[in-house]
Write a new protein. Structure first.
Length: 408
């Protein structure tokens, strides 16, 4: 509850008038002081009344790509039966507020407001809560209350269609890159049994030990695998737009791998959650590294659930010069040791071109290395030989350059 400047002045005047009236025995001053104090008390009573409002929000749509339109429809209904709501209201939408006209809202009536949600930045835009301010007719007291309830709007990175997907040097043993959904060659891990699993894949010894059925997960070691290494160091991106373009390119590669049904993993140069050796950590998968099927990886990129979507909330990590260089060295060292796939896609900014030598040294472990450089004023120097380099101003330019590559 807050007293306005007018209310504070009137309250001070009431105290002065009452004091002077009693001190000098002036009944007129006392009467004026009582009237002023009564006005402030009436204002407190009027402003303290809490109207019964029902707030509903609907986002159309609630998941969009960056730059796409999204609208929020807000409906405020007065569920009271006796009094009309004479209020000032505003809805919170991200970093801005939207006025809601609820003056003289009669009992049983509602008002609907539709406004655009800002989608120029990646992330989750929180809409709400509704903030209602109740004032008295004299403007002496203003009471602000928040009606709980928020609706999130997910803003994903733009996805540009890629017509070609590098399949690397390997092929699945049956001649198809999409014919082994669960793998069939090498043991990878154990998981809980689900209805529909073949009983011949049950690991009975482990099942007896843990008390529930455990099923073997295998991988096809010859199935082409794509590794997307996103340079999220702020030192590599002089312009924030170059980092946004790199995120769009990463999402585009993930979706393209989904359509080709290829295993894909997304790694960061500077992980948000520190790891023991300083190398990259699979986004959203702490602990032991596992290969993520393309369908699950693309679902993460699209942020189907609020807790998912590593590319939605991802921000560039600010590191000192030595720490930034060490982060890339640790990432390339781990990539070389673990040989996570046969196609490496490295996405960086203009200031990351000086580190392409570390990425080029991985060609012995990764037969195909694709480098995307975003926001560079001049073409990438020819020193990056042996790698496919795509210079692009934004995500759309990367998609065009990617599709223009004739040989991976």
């Amino acid at each position: 509850m807050g007293i306005t400047a007018r209310g504070a002045g009137l309250l001070v005047a009431a105290v002065v008038l009452l004091g002077a009236g009693f001190r000098f025995a002036y009944p007129e001053l006392t009467l004026l002081g009582v009237a002023a104090a009564g006005a402030v008390g009436y204002a407190l009573l009027v402003a303290s009344w809490r109207p019964r409002l029902q707030v509903r929000r609907h986002a159309d749509p609630d998941r969009v790509s960056r730059g796409e339109p999204a609208r929020m429809v807000l409906t405020v209904r007065n569920t009271g039966r006796l009094r009309a709501a004479n209020l000032l209201a505003e809805d919170r939408c991200g970093e801005r507020t939207v006025p809601v006209p609820v003056l003289r809202l009669r009992p049983g009536r509602d008002v609907t407001v539709a406004y655009d949600v800002p989608t120029d930045r990646r992330g989750v835009v929180r809409v709400g809560p509704l903030r209602v301010t109740r004032r008295d007719p004299l403007g002496l007291v203003a009471l602000a209350r928040a009606y709980p309830g928020t609706v999130p709007v997910w803003v994903h990175p733009r996805v540009h269609p890629l017509t070609a997907v590098p399949t690397g040097a390997g092929r699945s043993l049956d001649g198809r890159v999409d014919g082994v959904p669960h793998g069939s060659i090498t043991f990878d891990s154990l998981r809980e049994y689900v209805v529909g699993d073949e009983l011949r894949r049950v690991h009975w010894r482990t099942s007896a030990r843990v008390g529930e059925l455990m099923v073997r997960e295998n991988v096809d070691t010859s199935l082409p695998r794509i590794v997307v290494l996103l340079d999220n160091r702020a030192a590599a991106h002089r312009d924030p737009e170059s980092f946004e373009s790199a995120c769009e390119a990463a999402a585009s590669v993930l979706v393209a791998a989904l359509r080709a049904d290829l295993p894909v993993v997304l790694l960061l140069v500077a992980p948000e959650r520190p790891t023991g050796d300083g190398g990259p950590a699979p986004v959203g998968a702490p602990g032991r590294r596992r290969w993520v099927p393309a369908r699950r990886a693309a679902a993460r990129a699209a942020a189907v659930e609020e807790s998912a979507g590593p590319l939605d909330r991802l921000a560039a990590v600010r590191l000192d010069g030595d720490d930034a260089a060490e982060a890339l060295r640790g990432a390339t060292r781990r990539l070389r040791q673990e040989r996570l796939g046969d196609t490496l896609v490295f996405l960086t900014g203009p200031d990351g071109r000086g580190d392409l030598g570390h990425v080029g040294a991985l060609r012995g472990a990764y037969p195909s290395v694709v480098v995307g450089v975003f926001g560079a004023a001049d073409p990438t120097p020819a020193a990056a030989t042996g790698m496919v380099v795509v210079d692009a101003a934004d995500g759309a330019g990367f998609a065009a350059g990617w599709d223009g590559v004739r040989r991976w």
